[in-house]
Write a protein that binds this ligand. Sequence first.
Ligand SMILES: [Zn+2]
Length: 134
Amino acid sequence: MTVSTKVISSKAIAACPASRLDPAHFLSDGSCLCAGLDGMTHARWSRLRPEEQEQLRDLSDLTPQLIGLEGWRVEVTEGVDDNGEPRRRRFYVGRSTGWRPIHLEIARRDSSGGEAASASYDSVRKLYPRDGSR
Ligand SMILES: [Zn+2]
């Protein structure tokens, strides 16, 4: 059995627009969940605990078709070329960090960054994992 040792300051409770008293509603920096991500800054984000970041993170900018494929090389088709053939390309699926992550198209296994992924593709084919033996 885990006993929560989190102490909520009276100042934090007074600042909560919903006047909530349950510890789960308050973050370790004394703020509450009412504000969500409004006014989030990198400094504040980096002080939150990983589980609090998880709770607050907004996943709505991710590409639904790529969820679960992070770390995989995929082949996607998007639109058609001049000959009417599907435009194909391959990339590793990455995800940016922070409170509003996006998926990234990472060109090579040793690339550290990538381009923002599209909101959707005509098709996505899973090829092999980035850390695989290939
Ligand atoms: Zn609140």
